[in-house]
Design a protein around this ligand. Structure first.
Ligand SMILES: Nc1ncnc2c1ncn2[C@@H]1O[C@H](COP(=O)(O)OP(=O)(O)O)[C@@H](O)[C@H]1O
Ligand SMILES: [Mg+2]
Length: 228
């Protein structure tokens, strides 16, 4: 299994009392899977994705990526794993405002160390441009994020998540602010990625994105169930 989640639980504190946002969740994703996750706002979807991406430590349970239990690693090792293996598209906007679109997209390549020093600038630029083209905003490469619409910024964060050729792409409502046509383009891009052997884990609210997935999970008040 590419990603194996077992007994995953997260308790937050609310008015000093423990509040379980995710309860004993189990999920496994293989290479080529396109899994989508739905559920009401506040049901725990983002909390689950953050733990799956190694960004948030669970209260209990395990997340294994390619057989490695990620929360037994130290912070540096978790960052390395995340940078080299996982593409994460967070909910909301997360670009660095003082870097150009192209530099935002290239940044994870520098952090991962996947390319050696002298090839990095040229290869990084080439790759960033090709990804920006795939998400339809090549003409904005030299613009800065605050000059972009919400939908355009979203496409930049999708390109950024793909620059390291992740084996696992995790996307938290990535098409919420995109029009239908762009949503369909992005979904086809995700399908292609899954078709090439990576796995996709997508939180979605848009019913039109659903046909692209091959397995459906539902989150309800912190409890995850598989629907098909
Ligand atoms: N850092 C936090 N501290 C305390 N409670 C939180 C925190 N983050 C999220 N929550 C609560 O956990 C629940 C699940 O949140 P979230 O995972 O963001 O849900 P969803 O993504 O499904 O909308 C919500 O009730 C939310 O208020
Ligand atoms: Mg959320």
């Amino acid at each position: 299994m590419l990603l194996e989640i077992e007994g995953l639980t997260k308790e937050y504190k609310r008015n000093r009392l423990p509040f379980p946002a995710v309860k004993d969740a189990a999920l496994s994703i293989g290479a080529g899977d396109f899994v989508y996750l739905t559920g009401r706002s506040g049901s725990g979807k983002t909390t689950l994705l953050s733990m799956a991406a190694g960004l948030l430590k669970p209260t209990a349970g395990t997340v294994s990526l390619e057989g490695k239990n990620i929360f037994t690693l130290n912070d540096g090792e978790i960052s390395f794993l995340r940078n080299t293996k996982i593409g994460y598209i967070p909910q909301g906007l997360s670009l660095l405002p003082n870097l150009t679109v192209e530099d935002n997209v290239r940044l994870p390549l520098y952090l991962s160390g996947k390319l050696s020093g002298k090839d990095l600038p040229r290869e990084g630029t080439k790759k960033a441009r090709s990804l920006l083209e795939q998400v339809g905003i090549a003409h904005l490469a030299q613009a800065y994020p605050p000059q972009l619409s919400g939908g355009e910024q979203r496409r930049v964060s999708i390109a950024r998540a793909l620059i390291n050729d992740p084996v696992l792409l995790i996307a938290d409502e990535p098409t919420g602010d995109l029009d239908q046509e762009t949503t369909a383009e992005i979904m086809r891009l995700f399908s292609d990625i899954a078709g090439k052997g990576a796995a996709v884990l997508l939180v979605t609210h848009e019913p039109e994105t659903v046909p692209y997935g091959n397995r459906h999970y539902l989150m309800k008040a912190g409890t995850l169930t598989q629907k098909n």
